[in-house]
Write a protein that binds this ligand. Structure first.
Ligand code: UDP
Length: 253
């Protein structure tokens, strides 16, 4: 499928116009960035792995009735998605303390939280995506109270689904980030899961060993990032389409 002109380039993905006016093509790059792009590298195979993993998670969410922007995967690095208006928030769900919450509150990494905590950051790279209270979100019109109630309910459903899927393959879902898109059916607005769900945007720890299988491998120089993502894909039975395929049977006469 021929993709249209580029409309946006982010740190890990590029968006192109899609074949229909309400679609886009999302291209997954091999670029890895951390600490607001202060640390950068190119990790061979990361884009293909995240494309497949995000497809896997989005398909699973749709199967349990959670709407997402995902339409179909086009090839190793590209997927067709629904065009949405992105709500300018990073929606973070935490089950176990790690990363910024530990620094902010002095909690030890790995502490189980009393219940899943949903928090919001305002999407603005120049400001370093600051944590914002619901009061700011409503006052500045980024989302209404009703939207926020829907977003929290969606985020907690995604958390239950993702926690269960990962638990099934011996991985603890520590935390994750999602983005939300608005779509319009006439005057009626719906909120759907957008962007990607992949080890770039989740913290995933092996239940037995505590090994990190997510972007912290890159952030904290813990080893090879592609190997960690491949391990997640392998456990879930998801592999990039360039993985060696069994050879086709040949006709013998
Ligand atoms: N996260 C993300 N993009 C961001 C910020 C956070 O995908 O711009 C994810 C991150 O990978 C982790 C979760 O959201 O799974 C919580 O991140 P945290 O607030 O602890 O920030 P960090 O320690 O990554 O700076």
């Amino acid at each position: 499928m021929a993709r249209g002109k580029m409309i946006y380039e982010g740190k890990a993905k590029i968006l192109y116009e899609g074949p229909e006016p309400d679609t886009l093509v999302q291209y997954f790059k091999d670029d890895a960035t951390a600490f607001n792009a202060e640390k950068k590298d190119v990790i061979d195979g990361k884009g293909a792995l995240n494309n497949r993993l995000s497809e896997y998670f989005m398909n699973g969410l749709m199967q349990i009735g959670i709407p997402t922007h995902f339409i179909k995967r086009l090839n190793m690095r590209e997927q067709l998605i629904r065009k949405v208006e992105i709500v300018p928030l990073e929606v973070i769900v935490r089950n176990t303390a790690a990363g910024s919450i530990c620094k902010r509150l002095g909690i030890e990494e790995g502490t189980q939280l009393p219940r899943p905590i949903v928090e919001f950051s305002y999407k603005d790279d120049a400001l370093g995506d600051p944590l914002v209270p619901e009061e700011y979100i409503i006052a500045f019109g980024w989302a209404s109270q009703r939207d926020l109630d829907d977003i929290i309910a969606l985020a907690l459903r995604v958390n239950d689904f993702m926690s269960g899927v990962m638990l099934g393959v011996g991985i603890k879902l520590v935390d994750f980030k999602i983005e939300i898109g608005r779509v319009w059916d006439g005057d009626f607005q719906r909120l759907i899961i957008a962007d990607e769900i992949s080890p770039d945007s989740c913290r995933l720890w092996d239940i037995e060993t505590g090994e990190h299988l997510d972007k912290d491998v890159f952030r904290r120089d813990l080893g090879n990032l592609a190997d960690a993502y491949t391990e997640v894909a392998r456990r879930l039975g998801v592999l990039p389409s360039n993985a060696p395929q069994p050879s086709k049977p040949t006709l013998v006469n």
